[in-house]
Design a protein around this ligand. Structure first.
Ligand code: HEC
Ligand code: HEC
Length: 123
């Protein structure tokens, strides 16, 4: 039940967001212009990765972006670049080289991840 609720909570805003973006789109998506960390060229792949960020942090695209996605004007984007690099470095150190650690591993749907457990009510 709780998982279902969480899934809805994450998915519903994403759907609304996507509809709005489709309306603004003119023609096919252009290839990325300003990638410094991600090694991808397919705009659809960029979109998939970006959705792991919004879901992982529980934010919308404009948390890290201004209207022009290639712009570095929003300072959160540079922080996110460091986080991507850090996550890549962590995953590199797993013996099987697979991606075990994602944004969600630490962030759990929050922009500022908890570094200690929440205080539990006394039993
Ligand atoms: C947590 C921050 C964050 C969120 C949220 C985020 N992005 Fe990004 N986005 C980035 C970063 C960082 C880059 C650049 C990566 C690099 O330099 O390799 C990027 C790059 C892009 C690019 C490539 C732009 C170019 O031309 O270089 C597109 C398109 C994009 N994002 C779209 C989106 C969309 C659409 C969403 C919402 C679904 C989104 N982003 C959510 C951080 C974010
Ligand atoms: C190993 C744990 C860990 C992973 C993995 C991780 N983060 Fe973070 N992130 C943190 C911590 C802890 C903070 C808060 C401390 C800070 O701001 O430096 C943070 C802060 C941030 C912030 C700044 C939030 C704010 O309020 O200013 C952004 C943006 C961010 N992370 C994006 C990402 C993205 C995108 C990914 C996945 C590519 C990611 N993080 C993966 C631990 C992590």
């Amino acid at each position: 039940m709780r998982i279902l609720f969480t899934a809805l909570f994450i998915l519903l805003p994403l759907c609304a967001q996507e509809k709005q973006e489709n309306k603004e789109k003119k023609g096919p998506p252009r290839p990325p212009q300003n990638l410094k960390v991600l090694k991808v060229t397919d705009p659809r792949e960029v979109g998939q990765i970006m959705r792991t960020f919004t879901a992982g942090l529980g934010v919308q695209c404009n948390y890290c972006h201004v209207q022009d996605r290639a712009s570095d004007e929003n300072p959160k984007k540079e922080i996110a670049r460091h986080m991507i690099q850090m996550s890549m470095d962590i995953n590199k150190n797993f013996p099987d080289g697979k991606m075990h650690v994602t944004c969600y591993t630490c962030h759990r749907g929050e922009a500022e991840p908890k570094t200690a457990p929440e205080a539990k009510p006394a039993q």
